[in-house]
Ligand binder design. Structure first.
Ligand SMILES: Cc1cc2nc3c(=O)[nH]c(=O)nc-3n(C[C@H](O)[C@H](O)[C@H](O)COP(=O)(O)OP(=O)(O)OC[C@H]3O[C@@H](n4cnc5c(N)ncnc54)[C@H](O)[C@@H]3O)c2cc1C
Length: 405
């Protein structure tokens, strides 16, 4: 029997760990139940940190972890899924093709930035969405140091005033100063179609974010979208032109395209609709987790967000449940009642909220310390030691934030 997991992000990593944990508990051998994980690289890209400097350092190796828990790593990209024949078509780095049959499949392919058809965006827009994008932005910022000082050189327009846009924008004043030196006059402008900053975060956090923007000199343009991007800057839908050598697009993400290979219902973000055990509805043998899945977190109408907090725990339940079905033991319904957010505000500290209403419970340096701990410890893979790695993956305890309640 074989479980195939597609994706080595937060959801895929915990799906593998959790399936291996249940296999061990039930005394099945790796020959009786093979767990195979397909991804282009055996590395966790620490996406939540990609707005930071030195993005090339923001990965964590996974091969030793997989070896320690007898998970088979398959290098490649899944191109097609045949849910009737129960096979996955994989293309390797050397362009070879292979077919991997599965008894249970876990789609954990995550998400990617949605780039709308705005003129000039594809040629001139940067992002902090993927490792490659974040490295390209960093290289571009360093390249600016070779240019003479000018308003355009020192200006960055960040399109999107949500979570990612705010973290990228508030980090940029100090990042630009470090790169461009003391003569630089960093100007950061967040543009969002909504009426105010952080449209999805609610009223509680907004004054703190606005205060941080004031302290850092980050400007906002609201109620207008980016109509055109060019080498010299952006033109907004209200006609305003902002001279800027750098444009960072942070306005919306969608599930990765592989979800389209599964003939099932998806939401507006392209996420597969799953039941409480994280099975894709109507497709036997297929589970989905993380940014690729739309799952209910509780019985009162809260749904998992495209966040690492949800992806990690969903991965652990999906891995457990796929293994449980094959080992003939009961599955465990996914539930995630506690919800917290921690938003980095660069040189102005951070912001911590509790609950779905996002009640602000920490700000400034205390919240920043928590953010640093999340970013440098909590979201990293477990040690590559069998017992410790398997113990880290009990679904009931993965991303348990009850300590904050
Ligand atoms: C700048 C930024 C800041 C963020 N901040 C936060 C934060 O503070 N808190 C938070 O909770 N979340 C945050 N997020 C969101 C978080 O990073 C995502 O929700 C999380 O990465 C989702 O995990 P995942 O495992 O579903 O997908 P991903 O981490 O996207 O991993 C997907 C994996 O699937 C692989 N893959 C994709 N397609 C294929 C294929 N066809 N074949 C094989 N492999 C494939 C990829 O290579 C990758 O290994 C942030 C994201 C960004 C970009």
């Amino acid at each position: 029997m074989r479980i195939v997991i597609i994706g080595a992000g937060f959801a895929g990593m915990y799906a593998a760990l959790s399936a291996a944990r249940l296999r061990e508990i039930k005394g099945a051998s790796p020959e009786e139940l093979e767990i195979a994980l397909v991804a282009p690289q055996p590395t966790l890209v620490v996406r939540p940190r990609l707005y930071e400097p030195k993005p090339e350092t923001l990965t964590a190796p996974l091969l030793d972890v997989f070896n320690a828990i007898d998970v088979v790593y398959v290098q490649g990209s899944a191109e097609a899924v045949d849910t009737k024949a129960r096979t996955v078509q994989i293309v390797t780095a050397k362009d070879a093709r292979k077919t991997l049959p599965y008894d249970r499949l876990i789609v954990a392919t995550g998400s990617r930035l949605f780039r709308p058809n705005v003129p000039g965006l594809a040629e001139h827009g940067f992002s902090v969405d993927s490792l490659e994008d974040a490295i390209a932005l960093d290289k571009h910022l360093h390249g600016l140091a070779k240019l003479p000082q000018s308003t355009a050189r020192d200006t960055v327009v960040v399109a999107g005033g949500g979570f990612t846009g705010i973290e990228a924008a508030t980090e940029l004043p100090s990042r630009l100063r470090a790169i461009l030196g003391k003569d630089a006059k960093p100007r950061i402008v967040i543009v969002d179609r909504g009426a105010a900053i952080a449209p999805d975060m609610g009223e509680g956090p907004r004054p703190i974010i606005e205060d941080a923007m004031r302290k850092l000199g980050v400007e906002g343009r609201f109620g207008a979208g980016v109509a055109e991007v060019s080498k010299s800057g952006v033109t907004l839908s209200n006609g305003e032109h902002i001279e800027a050598a750098t444009v960072v697009w942070a306005a919306g993400i969608r599930a990765a395209p592989l979800t389209q290979q599964i003939p099932a219902e998806r939401d507006n973000f392209g996420r597969l609709l799953v039941d409480r055990d994280l099975r894709v509805q109507g497709i036997p043998g297929v589970f989905a987790a993380g940014d690729a899945a739309r799952a209910a977190c509780d019985d009162v109408g809260n749904y998992a967000l495209m966040s690492c907090q949800h992806a990690t725990r969903m991965g652990a339940f999906a891995g457990n449940n796929a293994a449980a079905e094959l080992l003939g033991v009961p599955t465990r319904p996914y539930h995630q009642k506690g919800y917290v957010t921690c938003l980095d505000l660069g040189g102005a500290g951070a912001l911590f909220t509790r609950g779905w209403e996002r009640e602000v419970t920490m700000v400034g340096d205390v919240a920043k310390k928590t953010k640093q701990e999340i970013n440098t410890v909590w979201i990293y893979p477990p040690r590559a030691e069998r017992a410790a790695a398997l113990a880290s993956a009990d679904p009931e305890h993965v991303t348990d934030v009850s300590g904050f309640f």
